[in-house]
Design a protein around this ligand. Structure first.
Ligand code: HEC
Ligand code: HEC
Ligand code: HEC
Ligand code: HEC
Length: 181
């Protein structure tokens, strides 16, 4: 027969095991857009930062504090859209990721950020890795395409839906590297 002690011990091992499994599932952490700014605000790399900063993606969390957002939320029985999963899942990056997957520097106030499309950056953001394209991809860097956009630019749950066309939408947020010399 199992005594009380061994039952407690078995439970302890089970809990520990689940915890370790949960940790192992988090490959890379979200570090937040401010970490990419360091290099990607520089002209010599193409200043993708400024394009993003002036785009609606950077304001997507703030948008949820507007009267328009609150009115819309009310129709769905939501008090504060800045606290509701129903709105945040598209208006900020990594809302649904577990907290272990977010570094201290990550903040949802920055809305839809670089890592939404390029993947969590903790392991590729160092200069050594970034300069090596293969290494960056191996460390979690994502080269996005239309499918990336279609996680959010769909009518379900979005009462303000605008028909999505990749070419015209990409044109509005286009950020490229400087041309080769
Ligand atoms: C320490 C500097 C540095 C930081 C920090 C940094 N990068 Fe980079 N990144 C670079 C350099 C250098 C390149 C290569 C640029 C080139 O070849 O023109 C690059 C290239 C890229 C590319 C292009 C990859 C390709 O081959 O098409 C993407 C996308 C990118 N970075 C995203 C990010 C994101 C997102 C972050 C923040 C999580 C970030 N970077 C942080 C320096 C940095
Ligand atoms: C995490 C969800 C998410 C993803 C992924 C995403 N977007 Fe968005 N996008 C939004 C939200 C939310 C807004 C509205 C922000 C606001 O108005 O505050 C928006 C707005 C835009 C706008 C501005 C539309 C306008 O009326 O001017 C463009 C352009 C855009 N996105 C392009 C893209 C493209 C291109 C991709 C893929 C490469 C993409 N988005 C991926 C959530 C997303
Ligand atoms: C499926 C993703 C998604 C969800 C869920 C979502 N939104 Fe949005 N929202 C967007 C996108 C994308 C845009 C930009 C318009 C477009 O291109 O469809 C947007 C735009 C907006 C705008 C700006 C509209 C304008 O014309 O100025 C407001 C306000 C807004 N959303 C509020 C909300 C609120 C409140 C919720 C929750 C009840 C919510 N959204 C849920 C994706 C989403
Ligand atoms: C809404 C999605 C989205 C967001 C947000 C976003 N990017 Fe991109 N990014 C893309 C797409 C799409 C491409 C083009 C990929 C391709 O086809 O080469 C791209 C390309 C790049 C490139 C390579 C440019 C080139 O000419 O090869 C760099 C560098 C880059 N992004 C950095 C960033 C940084 C830094 C941020 C945040 C400040 C950011 N991106 C935010 C979608 C996004």
């Amino acid at each position: 027969m199992l005594n009380k002690r061994s039952i407690v011990f078995i439970l302890f091992v089970l809990v520990l095991f689940t915890y370790v499994l949960a940790l192992a599932e988090v490959d890379h952490q979200y570090v937040g857009a401010s970490k990419c700014k360091l290099c990607h605000k520089m002209e010599k790399y193409g200043d993708q930062w400024s394009v993003w900063e002036s785009s609606l993606h950077a304001k997507a969390f703030e948008t949820l504090a507007t009267e328009k957002a609150k009115e819309n939320a009310k129709k769905h029985g939501i008090d504060d859209p800045q606290k509701s999963e129903k709105c945040l899942k598209c208006h900020v990056t990594a809302y649904e990721a577990p907290s272990e997957a977010k570094a201290d520097s990550y903040t949802m106030e920055d809305g839809v950020q670089c890592e939404e499309c390029h993947g969590p950056g903790s392991d590729y953001k160092s200069m050594k890795v970034m300069k090596d394209r293969e290494a960056s991809l191996a460390a979690g860097l994502v080269i996005p395409d239309e499918q990336t956009c279609l996680q959010c630019h769909i009518p379900e749950g979005n009462d303000f839906f605008v028909e999505f066309d990749y070419e015209t939408f990409w044109e509005k947020i286009k950020h490229t590297r400087p041309p080769e010399e």
